[in-house]
Design a protein around this ligand. Sequence first.
Ligand SMILES: Nc1nc2c(ncn2[C@@H]2O[C@H](COP(=O)(O)OP(=O)(O)O)[C@@H](O)[C@H]2O)c(=O)[nH]1
Ligand SMILES: [Mg+2]
Ligand SMILES: [Zn+2]
Length: 349
Amino acid sequence: MTSSPAWRVGRVERTCVRLVAADPETGAPRADAGAGPVVRLRPGGLLDAVVGEPVPPAVGDAVVIAPTETDPERVLLAPRRSELVRDTAGDTARTQVLAANVDVVLVVEHLDPEPKLGRIERLVTLARRSGAVPVVVLTKADLVGDAEQWVDDVERVAPGVAAHAISATTGAGLDGLRGMLEPGTTLVVVGPSGAGKSTLVNALVGTEAMATGRRREGDGKGRHTTTHRELVPAGECWLIDTPGLRAVGLVADADSVDGTFADVADLAQECRFRDCRHEREPGCAVTAAIEDGRLAERRLDSWRTQQREVAHQARRAGDRAAQIEFRQTVRSRERSMRAHHRATGKGRP
Ligand SMILES: Nc1nc2c(ncn2[C@@H]2O[C@H](COP(=O)(O)OP(=O)(O)O)[C@@H](O)[C@H]2O)c(=O)[nH]1
Ligand SMILES: [Mg+2]
Ligand SMILES: [Zn+2]
């Protein structure tokens, strides 16, 4: 007899989630993985959690089926090992969990047109924060002659992160990535539309797991055909493809940013003043490094941008917490007023 499967959220709809079956031992997809049960969500799209308040489920979440006498279909969300979170741009400090329980985040960027290092830096920061291992994949190496130089550039802007140049067309570089595909591993691919994310995923697993831009005949461009996030079995692994993320709001902390910018952070330690702004201060190690070419000026610019953004996000999150607290105070005051009116027999004013 086989043991009962471990269930994960394969897809999140407005009112329900679709579960997929994993092997409880290895975490690998079961042969019948695609045919899991559908679970209704609570109003507001929430699912009860094993620990804490009900939360909106995310693709990749692990769930526990825990029936009770009154609720035979009770399903609980297990605590997350990792979560890839983005700031949903806008006027609230709401965040969105793009994927849960991910092991590896593949940050995918095309070599042709020319890669954008700033975008890679942003996604690497996002990935670092998630708790998963970031890996940068430069695609379409078959179209350029200087792929290895770009790998060096990326390794410079993402210290400590492995970077690979690959071609899904020729298969070059794919073996280096396949090494990461241990049974049960969950990978998520992020990057701009047309970068070759779906093509990469298909090439890695050797199946047509994902719809790619190639299916759109005629327009030549890689329009993203991936319209939703889904956890899909890919051999012994799980993959989450994402539609091209246009604007990725950073949800990060100072530490993840400093991780991405370890070179700048190290230099800043050498500045004469602890609160050096690296502008025109004497004894500034950062501007000195820019002057003698050890540090690219755009690197300092990116660092500043990310730090500003993280500070802004934190401030908005603080504002939101303050708003919630205010509403709760108002509500409890209203409640005690009503209780008072009931007790004194007076109606509401
Ligand atoms: N020459 C070349 N084209 C590629 C490669 N990978 C993807 N493409 C093409 O780039 C386009 C976009 O690919 P797709 O996987 O849909 O990108 P996605 O939007 O990131 O999922 C498609 O036309 C692919 O055929 C590659 O390694 N080499
Ligand atoms: Mg795609
Ligand atoms: Zn300085």
